[in-house]
Design a protein around this ligand. Structure first.
Ligand code: FAD
Length: 350
């Protein structure tokens, strides 16, 4: 019997897990797949972004090529989350009301076409009138969206992959080309390593948030007049609420700042609809520091031919602050790219 060709996916963050599961669902019997990573969902490490994410689905308007591409990935992920929230609540994805309040909206938010493109697909979307916005807010919207308990969702994706026969391997790569030697017939490696391997366009955006026990019934994002952002993101399945958060490019500090925590909670108490109780006090579970693996120009989705074209390295990394909300669309795009490059054939429909 001919040896099965093996596809190796590097990385078990939300991108690697989504890509591995999506590819697995569409593989013909002649191909198999291994997920290899330094960290898996049961690990915690500051350089493993996914378990630290809020995470909510919040559109980002813009008109560059990057934004346009991300919009299509976001829309497909929205539809996927809709299915998960209604059929698989144990996945950690939940439908919820989303609100945005901006005190000083950037130019991209003032172009109606941008807003239509970025928000038009959302159920229950409406722009808030001046009367509906709180004092100081110049731009507001509401819509039906999703919140994701990020550690639960990552564990769910891994479980789906393993239950369907996917193999995993704990491995730290010095170079992605090592992955071609993990099994005897590897022609394709998918690089979902977050930062890439020494890619000069990759950089981190540090985020500090605070996980509290206090429940909140919606996810609210507020842009403050100084350009900083505040948000609350309830984590489904009783996972508390994330209060955030900072966005600090190139900041490698691994330690949470108590002063920042104080500021985040003070803003949250002023602006977000936390349930009453505990006399207005927050019940802090922990501070969170995460590093969003970001790339100039957005996610790299690209097929790189190696060894005179006999091997292909497919890149899928650099999601920045949007890895969850783009994840399923990215997985579909990676699979399409693999098909275009003749790396996988879709299962024959019976
Ligand atoms: C505070 C915070 C809040 C966020 N909020 C949101 C949000 O609300 N919505 C949203 O969509 N996103 C949010 N994000 C962003 C999101 O977390 C990231 O975009 C996403 O987790 C990136 O996933 P990834 O799979 O690319 O990378 P990672 O999760 O970092 O995974 C990388 C994987 O590659 C492996 N790897 C790396 N190098 C090697 C190597 N040399 N050898 C072997 N394996 C390797 C790692 O072990 C890991 O398994 C937030 C992030 C932070 C920090």
């Amino acid at each position: 019997m001919a040896e099965k060709e093996t596809i190796v996916v590097i990385g078990a963050g939300v991108l690697g897990l989504s890509c591995a599961l999506y590819i697995q669902q569409h593989l013909p019997p002649s191909q198999t797949i291994i997920l290899a990573a330094r960290e898996f969902p049961h690990h915690t490490s500051i350089n493993y972004a996914s378990p630290w994410a809020g995470a909510h689905y919040r559109p980002v308007p813009g008109s560059t090529i990057q934004f346009t591409r991300e919009e299509t990935q976001a829309k497909r992920t929205y539809e996927h989350f809709k299915t998960l929230a209604s059929h698989e609540p144990g996945s950690g994805v939940q439908s919820i009301q989303g609100i945005e309040h901006l005190e000083n909206p950037p130019q991209e938010y003032l172009d109606p076409e941008n807003i239509r493109n970025a928000y038009g697909h959302l159920d229950g979307f409406s722009q808030l009138t001046e009367e509906e916005c709180p004092p100081g807010v110049k731009w507001g919207v509401q819509y039906k969206t999703f919140v994701v308990n990020s550690p639960v969702y990552c564990a769910y994706l891994l479980r789906q992959f393993v239950l369907k026969g996917g193999r995993t391997r704990g491995y730290t790569f010095q170079d992605p080309r090592e992955a071609f030697h993990l099994a005897s017939a590897v022609k394709t490696v998918v690089n979902c390593s977050g930062m890439g391997f020494g890619d000069e366009k990759s950089f981190i955006i540090r985020g500090q948030t605070c996980l509290v026990r206090n429940p909140c019934s919606m996810t609210v994002t507020r842009q403050n007049s100084d350009g900083s952002w505040s948000f609350c993101i309830p984590r489904p399945l009783g996972g508390g609420t994330i209060v955030g958060g900072t966005k600090q490019p190139h900041n490698w500090d691994p330690n949470p700042s108590l002063e920042t925590r104080g500021q985040l909670l003070a803003n949250a108490a002023k602006w977000f609809p936390f349930e009453e109780g505990k006399a207005g006090q927050f019940d802090v579970i922990r501070d969170i520091i995460g590093r969003r693996p970001t790339r100039e120009g957005g996610i790299r989705i690209e097929a790189e031919k190696l060894s005179d074209g006999r091997e292909t390295l497919v890149h899928a990394y650099g999601a920045g602050g949007r890895g969850f909300e783009l994840s399923w669309g990215v997985a579909e795009d990676v699979f399409e790219l693999m098909k275009e490059n003749g790396l996988v054939k879709e299962k024959a429909s019976l």
